[in-house]
Design a protein around this ligand. Structure first.
Ligand SMILES: O=C(O)CCC(=O)C(=O)O
Length: 258
């Protein structure tokens, strides 16, 4: 599948593109039911395989937890756009984040993984699945278009990355939309000032020569690995020689969470 020219151009120039309401409502309902079930099952430990974050609920290692998430990480058109950003790539992690109602869950501007592109280009891309509407009041994303090309991290350039940036754009998207992001773009979740949670999945991909944030060969159960077909095995890098940082788990880093 070839990405539309307008999407390629927006990704190259601005560093993100919104695909409005492109996911079936039925699948969104299934995903919401599944993340709520897992939050309920995991309680206090939810998200602990990666990072927990104040004023949010998070989940990590989702490919291991339900087969419904295969439809997320394998979504064809988003993979085409991720391929446009990264070239050859693999899944880095699949996490969920819910911005708690009426809470100070706003984030500092950050680049995912806290890293910059190298001589081979971008290392990371994120596809944010909107499980709820993203609006100006409920904790949507803010992005600073073009900053994926700046060669700088926001924490090194800004007096306070928590503050609004003069060039930032607030993303508005309905539930069922996907936000494809070159993850070197300066971006952040904003405060939720409504009475409802704002839930999302983060399908995070890395260039194939980069370490996964969550090393799938170790995190996926033996049964789960045994049932994965060839396409899934390739995306999860289940048959690749592990990279040193994957063995050492030294790439379990966020752009801003300790
Ligand atoms: O609001 C979101 O779900 C995205 C937040 C984000 O950028 C992150 O957690 O790294």
């Amino acid at each position: 599948m070839v990405p539309l020219l307008e999407h390629r151009e927006q990704l190259d120039k601005e560093g993100f593109v919104v695909l409005p309401e492109c996911v079936d409502q039925g699948l969104i309902e299934e995903l919401v039911a599944e993340v709520e079930r897992i939050w309920n099952d995991e309680g206090e430990s939810a998200g602990a395989e990666f990072k927990q974050e104040a004023n949010t609920r998070r989940l990590a290692n989702l490919v291991d937890k339900s087969r419904v998430f295969e439809q997320v990480i394998l979504h064809r058109y988003s993979l085409t756009l991720v391929g446009h950003i990264l070239g050859d790539f693999k899944l880095s992690s699949l996490n969920a984040r819910s911005a708690n109602p009426m809470s100070a869950c706003g984030q500092p501007l950050h680049c995912d993984g806290g890293c910059l592109p190298d001589d081979h280009g971008p290392k990371v891309a994120n596809v944010v699945w909107c499980l709820d509407d993203f609006n100006a009041k409920n904790g949507t994303l803010r992005v600073v278009p073009g900053t994926h090309l700046s060669g700088h991290l926001p924490q090194d350039e800004l007096v306070d990355p928590e503050l609004n940036h003069p060039d930032q754009k607030i993303i508005l998207a309905k539930a069922g939309s996907l936000i494809v992001v070159n993850a070197h773009l300066w971006h952040a979740g904003t405060e939720n000032r409504t009475r409802f949670p704002r839930r999302a999945l983060h399908a995070y991909y890395c260039r194939r020569d980069q370490p996964q944030q969550q090393f799938q060969q170790r995190l996926l159960s033996r049964e789960r690995q045994a049932t994965a077909n060839d396409t899934l095995r390739y995306l999860l890098a289940l048959d690749d020689k592990p990279l040193k940082d994957e063995i050492l788990q030294s790439n379990s880093v966020s752009g801003f969470l300790e």
